[in-house]
Write a protein that binds this ligand. Structure first.
Ligand code: HPA
Length: 280
């Protein structure tokens, strides 16, 4: 039987053989935030279907390609679109692209997502720095047959979202005059949105944001000692906070509305992260 490590290695070898510069930084773009990838220069583009064993996104708003190129001279791998548990993928499949990035040599990962705002002071369109997460899916990408090549079986998540990277992000946002509150992200499986009672329960648990992605990726990244920065875009207030029903269209529309601010922020932040990860 082919091990997960062999599959991930085959995918990483495929990409490595086709790129000029191996990036030490990577970004995963969430719903509606994909246009950032178009900013890269000298880009090599890999539709997920061309990379061996890569899972493929089936969701509108997630185009499904890895773009390796540069932004302001910073070499970068961008995942334009991701796969989710609600598409029927296992946590291990959801984490597959992150493991590929890890084997390629990525040291720091910026994960972005669309989220519902639970905390009352958040507003539709806000960008929020993820300070921690609650894995409400109760599933884990490293459960199952242990493969030490990805890292230890038992590992710490006390600082899943790097304090160091968060303070660099906060400083960059301040320089740009962008407000960037912090919040705890709770991950559900979806794809149905939550009920108002669930949202009240999640608030009582300490969640500020709710979404359907990211935590499996972050767990896999931390096993490989990749430093993580997480940014949510509040595409809607969570169920029951406002009177209108929630929809995927609203999620995509808000993502598109925020895309320019989000792109300016990332464009300013990535050179800072690059410089600091070279130093680290
Ligand atoms: N709930 C879950 N996932 C989401 C939401 C939401 O309200 N908005 C965007 N992704």
């Amino acid at each position: 039987m082919t091990s997960e490590f062999e599959k991930v290695s085959a995918a990483a070898d495929f990409v490595r053989a086709r790129i000029r510069t191996v990036p030490s930084l990577a970004v995963v773009l969430g719903s509606g935030l994909g246009p950032f990838a178009d900013k890269l220069s000298g880009a090599e583009v890999f539709p997920y279907g061309e990379i061996p064993h890569f899972p493929q996104s089936t969701v509108p708003g997630h185009s499904g390609r890895m773009v390796v190129g540069e932004i302001h001279g910073v070499p970068l791998a961008v995942m334009q679109g991701r796969v989710h548990g609600y598409e029927g993928y296992s946590p291990q499949e959801v984490a597959f692209p992150i493991r590929v990035l890890g084997l390629l040599g990525v040291k720091a990962l910026v994960v972005t997502n669309a989220a519902g705002g639970i905390r009352m002071d958040l507003k539709q369109g806000d960008l929020v720095l993820i300070s921690d997460h609650i894995n409400f899916t109760q599933r884990n990408p490293v459960a199952g047959r242990h493969e030490e090549a990805f890292g230890p079986r038992f590992f710490d998540l006390t600082e899943a979202y790097s304090r160091r990277l968060r303070s660099l992000a906060a400083r960059t946002a301040q320089d740009l005059g962008i407000s960037l509150p912090e919040g705890v992200y709770l991950c559900v499986t979806g794809p149905s949105f939550e009920t108002p009672a669930e949202i009240r329960a999640f608030r009582a648990l300490g969640a500020d944001l709710v979404g359907m992605s990211t935590v499996q990726e972050v767990i896999a990244a931390r096993q490989m000692s990749i430093e993580v920065l997480g940014i949510s875009c509040v595409t809607n207030m969570a169920a029951g906070i406002q009177s209108e029903p929630l929809s995927h269209e609203e999620v995509i529309e808000t993502g598109q509305r925020v895309a320019q601010r989000f792109t300016s922020f990332l464009t300013a932040l990535l050179p800072v992260l690059h410089q600091e990860s070279v130093k680290a």
